[in-house]
Design a protein around this ligand. Structure first.
Ligand code: GLU
Length: 414
């Protein structure tokens, strides 16, 4: 598993299209990314030696607007997974009804092995290599695993310098000092909370005291845990790539986030016992947040899951086959293209603010994020009820319908 996940996404797209009777030749266009760009990213290391990384950008679909998606730093980039996530971004923006398509990029380096100066040079060279392909009206990168606000700032500065004036809208997820939006950093986690809260309500599970575990405790998982805990959920376990921890009486998320800030891992958090991801999967709880990486919950391990609701907070972290099997078992799967859309939605707010040079308050952003997320949840839920589908399939039906509609209106040129 892992190789050719794009094929799985295409299969799901076709299945959704069939449910609503979309013309197959138009659907076929979604099976081909518009462009797959691959560039060399040479870096002069601090010691003077030269290392060459590979930079990628897959642009999946732009009939609804510019391509949009993150950039990750990953020493074992799987080009096929980039294609899958680029397609997922098209579906995610369409589910949210944001006027963007989807893309995704990567650089084949390990951020833990590079100094700050080296990272900056990588960011600038990658941007330079992609100059003809990105821009506020073409393709707008954002953070993903291994990249952050500072990295986005370097991209923005390089792009702006090459054009001779400041162009803040070329990336989102920037620091607020240079055209970033308030509330971007925790937006994905906050969005997870909004959708999970509503799903718990619909499942008649009281939010107060509901039990949560979190596989993955990075920017998405830790903020999801933070916002869920603030609403009264009890977070019993959390893990990252170094290890996991469990406290049956509930973890102090504030203290845990401080611990991780300092130590770089949840491992060793005082008062909690060590656990493995397999232990976490098997815990009898209400909500399992899958925020680590793609292909975490697969058909191999889904049978262990003992949660009422699975939150696919990291893109493609629950495989299509696992999602169907979980649904069969009566477990609710909140799909990535809905539940993890808070980040790209805040990115949309950032881009709108950059375009108008008029910035909103933290409160305005939180309220608009909640409203858009809940609107999307209602749209997906309405389709699920109407057609008797699981939420994942319903989200595909909604988004594939929107993508194909836009394509058909535009037609094929010439
Ligand atoms: N990488 C994030 C995602 O997959 C954010 C993308 C964006 O804001 O463009 O949703």
């Amino acid at each position: 598993m892992g190789h050719d996940y794009f094929k799985e996404v295409v299969k799901d797209i076709k299945r959704a299209a069939k449910i609503i009777g979309l013309p197959i030749d138009h659907v076929a266009r979604l099976a081909h990314p518009r462009a797959e760009i691959r560039v060399a990213v040479p870096l002069v290391r601090d010691n003077g030696s030269i290392e060459v990384f590979t930079g990628y950008r897959v642009q999946h679909h732009n009939a609804r607007g510019p391509f949009k998606g993150g950039i990750r730093l990953d020493p074992d980039v799987k080009p096929d997974m980039l294609k899958a996530i680029a397609a997922i971004m098209s579906l995610k923006c369409a589910t949210m009804d944001i006027p963007w398509g989807g893309s995704h990029g990567a650089i084949s380096c390990d951020p833990d092995k590079l100094s700050r100066g080296e990272l900056e040079r990588v960011a600038r060279r990658y941007t330079y290599m992609l100059l003809p392909f990105i821009g506020p009206k073409k393709d707008i990168p954002a953070p993903d695993r291994g990249t952050d606000a500072q990295f986005m700032s370097w991209i923005m500065d390089t792009f702006s310098t090459m054009h001779g004036h400041t162009i803040t809208g070329v990336v989102t997820g920037k620091p607020v000092e240079v055209g970033g939006t308030r509330g971007r950093k925790d937006a994905t986690g906050r969005g997870v909370m909004f959708i999970t809260r509503r799903a718990l309500e619909d499942a008649n599970i009281p939010l107060q005291g509901s039990t949560v575990t979190c596989i993955g405790f990075g920017n998405v998982g830790s903020f999801a845990a933070h916002h869920l805990a603030r609403k009264g959920c009890k977070v019993l376990a959390a893990s990252d790539r170094h290890g996991g921890i469990h406290d049956p009486s509930g973890l102090d998320i504030h203290a845990l986030r401080e611990w991780v800030e300092e130590k770089g891992t949840v491992k060793g958090f005082p008062g909690a016992e060590p656990v493995t991801d397999d232990d976490i999967l098997a815990m009898d709880i209400d909500v399992l947040v899958s925020a680590a990486r793609e292909l975490t919950v697969t058909s191999k391990n889904q049978a262990k899951v003992n949660a009422r609701i699975i939150v696919e907070a990291a893109n493609a972290s629950v495989t299509s086959k696992a999602a169907s099997a979980l649904h069969e078992r009566g477990i609710i799967v909140l799909p990535d293209i809905l539940v993890s859309a808070g980040g790209v939605t805040a990115s949309y707010f950032e881009w709108v603010q950059d375009t108008s040079s008029f910035f909103w308050s933290e409160h305005e952003i939180a309220v608009r994020l909640r409203d858009l997320m809940l609107q999307a949840y209602d749209d997906v839920n309405a389709i699920a009820r109407e057609r008797d589908l699981d939420l994942r399939t319903a989200a595909y039906v909604l988004s594939v319908g929107r993508l194909v509609e836009a394509q058909m209106r535009r037609g094929v040129w010439p």
